[in-house]
Design a protein around this ligand. Sequence first.
Ligand code: NI
Length: 136
Amino acid sequence: MKVKVAREAHFNAAHRLFNAAWSDEKNKQVFGKCNNPNYHGHNYKLIVEVKGEINPDTGYVIDLGDLASLIKTEIEDRFDHKNLNLDTKEFKNLNPTAENIVVVIYRILREKIDNKFELNIKLYETERNLAEYGGE
Ligand code: NI
């Protein structure tokens, strides 16, 4: 019997979407406001879902306090109040779309969470736009 538990977290970060191989006009056409050369911010909402067996000793799948600490040290401390393009090595050469950010977050956390657990990440860039990645 597998149960899914989840922890929500937030970080604020700035970004600019662009493709260096394209003209300014094409970048503007494809990425719109997110191509603004002076960057802009988003309040990202992150949902980290962990699925696994209930540990009979604790009654937990995973200690959500431990998961919260992991998200803080590995994700919030790394990206909160950062300019993703300029301040992070992860997005120096990777367009910081919600899709790419969610994959980066998945890979960082996957290394720190026991493989006996399934991991799925949801990242809301706005209230209405989200990307989701579970390792496929
Ligand atoms: Ni944007």
